[in-house]
Design a binder for this molecule. Structure first.
Ligand SMILES: [Zn+2]
Length: 129
């Protein structure tokens, strides 16, 4: 599951490299434009590949890391004063009403969040309670 998310990040980065490379090669087909314009297109393509590729990969890898590590056990260790036998309350505002929503995009995880301030407290896999 977490490896799949990381692979998606790498694939996303490669897509950006493809888009950027295509854009950087466009000047080869354009004739008669000032060299500065052609150079700008090439640089735009290269920087699009580089920055958007890295950004996409980092987003997916960060999401995989959060889903894998920001669990109920993690929350209990990080905020022992906010986990009680009756349940959990928000470490940010103290609210005790925590709701759960499924994450979309084939992540098969749920987000446990505070109904008052909206803070995400932890994540759990969909199969468990
Ligand atoms: Zn809160």
């Amino acid at each position: 599951m977490y490896t799949k998310i990381r692979v998606f990040g790498v694939v996303g980065a490669l897509v950006w490299v493809g888009v950027g490379s295509t854009l950087s090669l466009v000047p080869l087909t354009l004739q008669g434009l000032p060299i500065a314009v052609l150079l700008c297109l090439t640089l735009a393509g290269i920087s699009l590949s580089f920055f958007m590729g890295i950004k996409t990969a980092r987003q997916f890898w960060a999401m995989a890391h959060k889903l894998q590590h920001q669990t109920y056990d993690w929350y209990r260790q990080q905020h022992p004063g906010h986990v009680h036998p009756r349940g959990v309350n928000c470490h940010s505002c103290g609210n005790g009403r925590i709701h759960v929503r499924a994450l979309m995009g084939g992540l098969y995880h749920r987000e446990h969040f505070c109904t008052q301030c909206g803070k995400t407290l932890y994540y759990s896999p969909e199969a468990s309670t």
